[in-house]
Design a protein around this ligand. Structure first.
Ligand SMILES: C[S@@+](CC[C@H](N)C(=O)[O-])C[C@H]1O[C@@H](n2cnc3c(N)ncnc32)[C@H](O)[C@@H]1O
Length: 264
């Protein structure tokens, strides 16, 4: 994914980032998530499979294939209008829950779950390059059978409810407050049973992003911030940094993928 980055300090879900010298840090509850435009987001980020997303998808495909999951209850948190983080669950899942807070994204997810658009076929083809996935011939039908969309905030997730989880570009991109980033990571890891495999992705160095005409804030992070925030709830964590190709407008941005297990 390639969230269009900020030129200034992004704190408002309005049409433009506020200037640096007027940047009250906007918290998650102040942002108009129901005005998030899922179609614009897909068009900008996922309508063509980018090499950076392919690299991340290969990693999570291999990670979940090696994780010895079977008949598992899986969750993706803050799904937005991106289906690729749930595809690597399909051969190993009894159920897949897509948890999202924005009403417009929930509507989009519900429209996709019964038969997702062709735009996601190249993403599944990447999964199917691995023998554990190649035997699943109807991923679209499988998601329709086991997928369920829930309107729930990351901050209200139940504890120890799932066996495996993904959370992509959420903790970093739902607020300008560092404390909310830490809390979102804690709630995500706490929603998984002890020892559960997870994959989480983060934008590094971003102050916000545009979706259609609207502006959403982000917490400007370095990889050490992500590592520190995960330490209490996760173990065996591997970090993999991916530089978007072609580069984003602000060449300093990169994406960080974390894979690991929740602590006992
Ligand atoms: C940058 S988007 C990431 C979407 C998608 N996971 C992806 O990989 O592209 C951030 C997502 O977090 C959702 N979100 C915002 N606040 C949330 C909350 N409190 N709980 C769960 N999701 C939330 C937004 O609606 C949006 O879909």
């Amino acid at each position: 994914m390639a969230l269009t980055p900020a030129a200034g300090s992004g704190c408002n879900a309005s049409s433009a980032p506020p200037p640096r010298n007027q940047s009250p840090k906007q918290v998650n509850s102040e942002i108009e998530w129901d005005r998030f435009d899922p179609q614009a987001y897909v068009r900008h980020n996922y309508s063509a499979l980018r090499p950076d997303d392919r690299e991340i998808l290969c990693h999570i495909r291999d990670f979940f294939a090696d994780a010895r999951l079977s008949d598992s209850r899986c969750v993706d948190v803050g799904s937005g209008s991106n289906l690729y983080p749930v595809l690597p669950f399909l051969p190993f899942a009894r159920s897949v829950e897509l948890c999202e807070w924005s009403a417009s994204n929930v509507r989009w997810l519900r429209s996709q779950i019964d038969g997702y658009d062709e735009v996601w076929d190249p993403y599944w083809q990447v999964c199917a390059e691995h023998p554990s996935y190649a035997t699943l011939l109807d991923p679209r039908g499988r998601l329709a059978q086991i997928g369920r969309v829930r309107k729930v905030s990351v901050f209200d997730l139940p504890g120890h409810a799932w066996d495996a989880g993904t959370m992509f570009f959420v903790a970093c991109s739902i607020s300008a407050e560092r404390a909310e980033f830490d809390r979102a990571i804690g709630r995500f890891l706490g929603a998984l049973r002890p020892g559960s495999p997870f994959a989480a992705a983060f934008m590094l160095g971003s102050r916000g992003y545009r979706v259609g005409p609207r502006w959403f804030p982000a917490v400007e992070l370095r990889s050490a911030d992500v590592e520190a925030s995960m330490a209490a709830g996760a173990c065996d964590v591997d970090f993999h940094e991916v530089r978007p190709k072609p580069p984003l407008r602000d060449g300093s941005l990169s994406m960080l993928l974390a894979t690991g297990r929740t602590r006992d």
